[in-house]
Structures are given as structure tokens and as C-alpha cells.
Design a protein around this ligand. Structure first.
Ligand SMILES: NC(=O)C1=CN([C@@H]2O[C@H](COP(=O)(O)OP(=O)(O)OC[C@H]3O[C@@H](n4cnc5c(N)ncnc54)[C@H](O)[C@@H]3O)[C@@H](O)[C@H]2O)[C@@H](O)CC1
Ligand SMILES: Nc1ncnc2c1ncn2[C@@H]1O[C@H](COP(=O)(O)OP(=O)(O)OP(=O)(O)O)[C@@H](O)[C@H]1O
Length: 759
């Protein structure tokens, strides 16, 4: 019920309750009945009043709750009105934003509409083009269909003709098969005949070869005779000069006298017709030098204890009336390789019968070279210096030409009464007397000049025998090292499996896939022979051969390479042996023993193997020299923290700073470098001999080392310097390829170590 109605009802009830006040008071008329009536009326009145009162209370409660509700609703209304106002504000903001977006969208729509219009126009243009093209295509399609049908007709015609000719050909083939059969029988008969003729030809060729060899021998003898005469002439000139100074009294110091005696030492040569050393077949790859090599075994020439037992006679000749004096010096070795040079020179001062500075003591027959040398030096000292000064100067040195006659080996000859040194002590003395400067000058002289007049090949042609399915990197590093330090041509002889790969690394390499592979088919002997026949003719073209990098250990390959090594020896080529080549040498030491043109480059493990094989204690201090002596010829490079180079005569150490990285392939780079330096040493021989014989090169002139020793030392020096440079750039990631990149700069640097007038 609504509140207003309830209020009205309440008011009517209150009015109803209020009407009782105007009525006449009943007690006045009949008090008893009134009382009764009053009682009844009170009862009567009380009942509805009570009811009404209850109703009123009830209504009041209802009104109170309604008021409360109205209040709550009013609050809700206020809240709602506030929310409505906020919502209205937000709505207005949103509407504003939407209107902005709407206007931008409308703008976009306008642009889109214009684009669509434009595209529609383009589409229409395209459609018209397409229609035009379609018409054209239709027309050309019709033309093509026409020509296809023509071609089909022609093809059908050709097929018919082809079938006809096939039939004819089949008949022809049958006829030729029969003919072939007959031909085969005739060929068989002919082949038998040819084989017989080939046999006859082979024996004729063998005969011819013998005749040619005999002819070559004659030519060789003649050439070596001419060479010997030239050499003697050149020697005599330098003798004349040096002895002239001596006789003119211009020799004042011991050093100068030593130089004069150097010339005396240089006289010990093998005479024409003698078999040169180190080249068993007697043919020299070292040209004049080897022909002029001393006739004593190299090792005997290397130390003071092994001074050849030659006799030297220095004789004064009477002065002539015009004041000219003379000296006659005769050097006689036990094998009677005698050379006598007489020299007549102007005596610049002095009285008749006396020659300034010369030895007037005549050597008794069979006096040893050393004894006479000592006597001469003693006489010189007595004349010129006090005994105290003599003692302070210590041992004398003189230089004698050694092995190939080009580089002098150092001899320690003790003056006066000092006892002779022991061989080990001599080797140590040889090591200590070579200065780094001497060695660097020697290396610098090995590096060939770059000159526009030279032709390809003059800076060296190197062969690397190595490379197998497993190892293609090693021969590549070695052959590339040769090119990078300056060789003109570098060849690799490897198995077929390796050839394509190596070629792929660099087009600069010439790769021959001649080493055999057991998978090729055929007997081992046949495969080996075929490979040797393919490789051997090439050997004549090379200046040096390197055997071993990446060769592997296949017995068939090793057998073949052993044959190739023998062929290299027959040609007296410098031969460097490394890696698996050393493994092969371990099986057959005879491949290198007694061959002084070989250089072996063992690392620690390979050195140990070699020592074990030769029964040498590898940890002995003298192990390197012991192995050299046991092999009797080859130079050995023992690689390590410092590389030691030895030939049984003396030891040279290369302790140039290298790198702390031991990445694989550095040894291959080293062996490639040594092979190249060996080639240069051989090629440079002729021109350089003059310098050495001139007698004025002194101690540092050519480092006092035999050529292969110097080549080996140069290889170590080059590799270690390149390693040092590469490590500075690459650090831990340094590899053999990085070494290759540094080799050219290092070779240039080494060539420049020598002042230009010395080259
Ligand atoms: N990239 C390539 O293709 C290379 C191929 N090479 C070839 O790999 C073949 C085998 O040569 P290896 O040198 O492995 O010969 P070996 O098979 O004789 O192995 C010698 C072992 O001795 C270890 N060794 C090396 N120096 C050592 C030292 N100073 N102290 C202690 N242990 C040492 C090596 O780690 C190696 O395991 C050769 O043909 C070689 O030329 C190597 O020249 C390296 C690079
Ligand atoms: N400890 C070292 N410190 C400096 N240089 C070293 C050291 N050991 C070796 N060399 C140098 O590293 C070069 C390669 O010698 P290494 O002993 O690695 O030969 P290798 O094992 O035959 O090499 P390869 O991996 O090619 O078979 C040489 O020039 C050597 O002088």
C-alpha cells in the first residue's frame, strides 16, 4: 500500500478516535447500567481500539521502514545521478574522439575511393590489353597448331625412313661383326710378332743406353776437366794476390796470415778424373763444386781431429836480379791429390834472399798439415809478437773447403804446444764460434735476387712426394711453403684420391696423381712399376725433392716411394725427408745412409724412432751427432723448442723465437722451406764459389757451413719467424695456413739482412 493511502487511513482512524470527545457522558444517566454499559462499552470500545492501536503501531513501523527505504532510494538516486553525470561526460569525450576518428576515416575513405577509381581505370586498360593479347595468342596458336601438324607429318615420314635404315644397319653390323672376328685373329698374330720385335728393340735400346752413358761420361769428364782448370786459374789468381801481400810485407796480423792460409787450405781438391764425394754414381748435381770436392770423406774434414793428413810445402824462391821474388806452395794429400802453385811477385822491400812475413821453414816430407801450420804460425808469432800476447790470443782457426767445395768447414787448429781437442769438444767449439750474424749473412746469400732478366724456374723447382686419401693438407702446406718463400714451381706427386682435393686448394700447384692405390687393380709389382715409370722422368726437372708429407703408410705406396728415393739419389738431387718419409727411412735406413745430399727433419717422436732403430740413446747429449755418424752423410734437423741442425761434423742451433702454438702442418711448412733453400744453395753454387775462394770473405762470409746445413738452418729460421708473426696476429687460432701468409715477408726480411754490396 502506498504511504499516502496509509497516511489517509491513519488520519481517518485518528479522526475516528477524536469523535468520542463530543458525546454526552453516559454515567450521568444511569450509573449502574452506565457502569455496566460503561464496562460493556469500555469492553466494546477497548477491543477495536486495541486492534486499531496495534494496527497503528504496525502502520507506524511500516511507515518508518518506508521512510528508511525512501531515504536509501534517494541516496541511490543521488549516486545514480552522479554516475550518470560522469558517464555523460565520458560519453561526450568519447563522442568527440570518435568524431575525430570518423573524420580521419572519412578522409582515408576519400583517398581509397580515389585510388580505387584509379585502379579501376588501370584495370580497364589492362583488360583491354589482355583482350588484345588474347586475340594475338589465339591467332599465333592457330599458326602453331598448323606447323605442329606439319612437323608430325614430317616426323612420321622420318620414322618410316629410320626404320628402313635401322634394318639396313643391323644387317651391316652382322657383317662387320664377322669381319671383326677375322681381324681379331689377325691382330693376335701381329701382336705376337710385335712383342718379339719389342724384345729385340729393348735389347737394342739397352745397348744404345750403354753407349750413350759412355758418351755422357766422356762429356762429363771433359766438362769437369775444364771446370777444374777454371777453378785452378781462379784459385791461382787469389793465391797470387794473397801471397803477394805476404811477400810485400803487408801481412801484419795473425788474421791476415790466416786468410793467406785459407787459400792454402783451399788447394786440397780432388784432381780431374777423381770420383767426387757424396755422389755414388759420380755425376754431380753440384756442378763445379762437387767436381772440386776434397777426396776425403766429409766427416773426416769436419773437426780438428780430422784434419786431412796433407802436407804443405811453402818454399821461397831466390829473388831475381830485377828484385822480383817468388814463393812455391805445394799441398799434398795422402791420396796424392796434389796441387802446386808457383807465384812470382814483386818484392816491395827486403834484402835479397829474405821474404817479409813468409815462412822460410821448409816442411820435411810427410810433415802433416797441422804440424806445418803450427810451425808456420809459431815462426810468425816469434817474429812479430811477444809470448804473452800469443798466449792471450788462444786457438787459431783456419778454414778449409769441405764436401762440395763451396762452403768452408771450420777447423780448430791449435797453435803452439796446446793439446789437440777431442771430437765432441770440437763440435762444441764449432757451434760456439759461429755468430748469428755469420749465419744470417749466409742465409741472406741463399735467397735469390729478383731480377727482370731471370726466367721461370731459375728460382727453383721443387717436388713434394706425398699426399694420400687421409692427408691432403700436409703436401699442400709443404708445396705452398716453397712457392711462398720464392720457388718458381712446386709439384706434388700423390695418390689419385688426393690429387683433385689438393688441386682444389690451389691452382698454383702442379699435381700429379701418380702414386699407386691398391684399389686401382693389378698386382702390386705392376702398380709400383707403373708409378715409378710415371714419376722418374719428372725428377730430372727438379732442383730438390721433398719426400713424406701426408704420404701415409700404405706398403704399396711406401715401396714405390723407396724406388723413387733411389732414383733421386742416382741423380744426386737434394732430398728432404719428413713425416712418413722418415717412417720409411726407419724401415730402410739404407735409403739415406751415406747420402750427404739428404736432410732429415724428425720431430720428437720421429727422432726417438730413428734413435731406436739405429741403437742410439735418444736422450744422450750426443744423440744427434751419433745418429748423423751412424747414417754417415745426411744432415739432420732435430725439431723442438730449439731446432738443432747437424751433419756429424758440427751442430748449429736455431733458437729464433717461434710460437707457443703447435698446430699441425708447421713441420710441413718447415720441410717445404728447407727443400727450397737446398735448391737455391745448389743453384747459387757456381756464382758463389768465386766469393769463397777470393780469400777475403773472412769468418762471416758464408757462415762456415756446408750448403745443406745452411739450407736446413735457413728453413728453421724462416719457419720460426713466420710462426712468430702469425701467432702475434692470430693467437690461439693460428694454423699452418697463417704461417704460409707470413713466409714471403720473412724471406724478404732475411734477404735484406745482408748489405746490398754483399749479395
Ligand atoms: N693437415 C694435414 O693433412 C696434416 C697431415 N700430417 C700428416 O699426418 C701423417 C702422420 O703424422 P703424425 O705426426 O701424426 O705422425 P705419427 O703417426 O707418427 O704420430 C705421432 C704421434 O706423436 C704425437 N707427438 C707429436 N709430437 C710429439 C711430441 N713432441 N711429444 C710427444 N708426442 C708427440 C702426435 O700427437 C701423434 O699422436 C704424416 O703423413 C703427416 O705428414 C701432419 O703433417 C699434420 C697436418
Ligand atoms: N716447443 C717449440 N717451440 C717453438 N717452436 C717449436 C717447438 N716445437 C716445434 N717447433 C717448431 O715448429 C715447427 C714444426 O715442428 P713440429 O715438431 O710441430 O713438427 P711436426 O710434428 O713434424 O709437424 P707436422 O704437424 O707438420 O707433422 C718447426 O719449425 C719447429 O722449429
Amino acid at each position: 500500500m502506498p504511504a499516502t493511502e496509509l497516511l489517509d487511513e491513519l488520519r481517518s482512524i485518528q479522526a475516528l478516535l477524536g469523535t468520542g470527545a463530543g458525546r454526552p457522558r453516559p454515567e450521568a444517566a444511569n450509573p449502574a447500567s452506565f457502569a455496566a454499559l460503561q464496562h460493556a462499552s469500555e469492553e466494546e470500545e477497548d477491543a477495536p481500539r486495541a486492534r486499531k492501536s496495534a494496527q497503528v503501531q504496525e502502520l507506524e513501523r511500516t511507515v518508518a521502514s518506508l521512510r528508511h527505504n525512501c531515504q536509501a532510494r534517494d541516496e541511490q538516486r543521488f549516486e545514480l545521478e552522479a554516475a550518470l553525470a560522469a558517464a555523460r561526460r565520458d560519453g561526450e569525450v568519447a563522442v568527440g574522439r570518435l568524431q575525430g576518428e570518423l573524420s580521419s576515416k572519412q578522409e582515408e575513405c576519400g583517398q581509397l575511393a580515389s585510388m580505387i577509381l584509379q585502379q579501376q581505370q588501370e584495370l580497364e586498360a589492362l583488360q583491354s590489353n589482355l583482350q588484345h593479347n588474347a586475340q594475338q595468342a589465339e591467332e599465333s596458336g592457330k599458326a602453331t597448331t598448323a606447323s605442329i601438324s606439319q612437323l608430325q607429318q614430317a616426323a612420321a615420314e622420318w620414322r618410316r625412313q629410320g626404320e628402313d635404315s635401322l634394318e639396313a644397319l643391323t644387317a651391316e653390323r652382322r657383317r662387320s661383326a664377322a669381319l671383326q672376328q677375322r681381324l681379331y685373329q689377325q691382330t693376335q698374330a701381329l701382336q705376337a710378332e710385335v712383342a718379339e720385335q719389342r724384345q729385340q728393340r729393348q735389347s737394342a735400346e739397352a745397348e744404345l743406353a750403354k753407349l750413350r752413358a759412355a758418351m755422357e761420361g766422356c762429356a762429363g769428364d771433359q766438362a769437369s776437366l775444364v771446370a777444374e782448370l777454371r777453378r785452378r786459374l781462379s784459385l791461382e789468381r787469389s793465391w797470387r794476390k794473397a801471397v803477394g801481400r805476404w811477400l810485400r810485407g803487408e801481412v801484419h796480423t795473425r788474421g791476415e796470415l790466416e786468410r793467406v792460409l785459407l787459400n792454402v787450405g783451399a788447394a786440397v781438391r780432388c784432381g780431374p778424373g777423381e770420383q767426387p764425394l757424396g755422389c755414388p754414381e759420380g755425376r754431380s748435381r753440384w756442378g763445379q763444386q762437387q767436381a772440386a770436392a776434397p777426396a776425403l770423406p766429409p766427416r773426416r774434414m769436419a773437426g780438428a781431429q780430422q784434419v786431412p793428413d796433407a802436407t804443405v810445402h811453402v818454399e821461397d824462391t831466390p829473388l831475381a836480379n830485377d828484385g822480383a821474388g817468388g814463393v812455391r806452395i805445394t799441398v799434398r794429400s795422402p791420396r796424392a791429390h796434389t796441387i802446386s802453385v808457383s807465384s812470382t811477385v814483386e818484392a816491395s822491400s827486403g834484402s835479397p834472399g829474405h821474404v817479409h812475413g813468409g815462412s822460410t821453414a821448409k816442411a820435411a816430407p810427410n810433415t802433416s798439415w797441422r804440424q806445418h801450420f803450427q810451425a808456420t804460425m809459431k815462426a810468425f808469432d816469434e817474429r812479430n809478437k811477444s809470448a804473452e800476447q800469443h798466449a792471450a790470443r788462444g786457438p787459431l782457426r783456419c778454414y778449409m773447403m769441405r764436401k762440395h767445395g763451396r762452403l768452408p768447414a771450420r777447423l780448430s787448429v791449435l797453435s803452439g804446444s796446446q793439446p789437440a781437442a777431442k771430437p765432441e769438444a770440437t763440435a762444441a767449439a764449432a757451434m760456439s764460434t759461429l755468430t748469428k750474424r755469420d749465419l744470417l749473412e749466409g742465409v741472406a746469400r741463399l735467397v735469390p735476387d729478383l731480377a727482370p732478366t731471370k726466367y721461370k724456374g731459375q728460382a727453383g723447382k721443387i717436388a713434394v712426394i706425398g699426399g694420400s686419401r687421409e692427408y691432403t693438407g700436409a703436401p699442400f702446406f709443404a708445396a705452398m711453403a716453397a712457392l711462398k718463400i720464392g720457388a718458381d714451381l712446386s709439384h706434388v706427386f700423390c695418390t689419385e684420391g688426393a690429387a683433385t682435393v689438393i688441386k682444389g686448394y690451389s691452382p698454383e700447384l702442379i699435381v700429379h696423381p701418380y702414386l699407386p692405390d691398391a684399389r686401382d687393380g693389378g698386382s702390386a709389382a705392376e702398380l709400383r712399376q707403373r708409378a715409378v715409370e710415371a714419376i722418374e722422368p719428372w725428377l730430372d726437372r727438379f732442383d730438390a725433392v721433398l719426400v713424406g708429407p701426408g704420404l701415409g703408410r700404405d706398403p704399396l705406396v711406401l715401396d714405390t716411394v723407396a724406388e723413387v728415393m733411389r732414383a733421386v739419389r742416382r741423380r744426386c738431387l737434394p732430398m728432404v725427408v719428413d713425416a712418413d718419409g722418415l717412417w720409411l727411412v726407419n724401415q730402410h735406413p739404407s735409403l739415406v745412409s751415406g747420402y750427404p745430399n739428404a736432410v732429415l727433419t724428425p720431430n720428437k717422436v720421429e727422432f726417438q724412432r730413428l734413435a731406436d732403430k739405429l741403437g742410439v740413446a735418444a736422450d744422450n747429449q750426443s744423440a744427434l751427432q751419433d745418429i748423423c755418424r751412424s747414417l754417415d752423410g745426411p744432415v739432420i734437423v732435430r725439431k723442438g723448442a730449439a731446432d738443432a741442425v747437424a751433419d756429424g761434423g758440427c751442430v748449429v742451433e736455431c733458437d729464433e723465437e717461434g710460437s707457443p702454438r703447435r698446430a699441425g702442418g708447421q713441420g710441413d711448412v718447415l720441410s717445404g722451406c728447407i727443400a727450397t733453400y737446398a735448391a737455391w744453395a745448389q743453384r747459387a753454387g757456381g756464382a758463389r764459389k768465386e766469393q769463397l775462394h777470393a780469400g777475403d770473405s773472412g769468418a762471416g762470409g758464408d757462415a762456415g757451413l756446408p750448403p745443406l746445413m745452411l739450407a736446413a738452418y735457413a728453413g728453421c729460421l724462416t719457419t720460426r719467424r713466420a710462426s712468430q708473426r702469425a701467432f702475434a696476429k692470430q693467437r690461439r687460432s693460428m694454423g699452418a695456413t697463417d704461417l704460409l701468409a707470413e713466409l714471403g715477408a720473412v724471406a724478404d726480411e732475411l734477404a735484406d739482412e745482408l748489405p746490398s754490396e754483399g749479395r
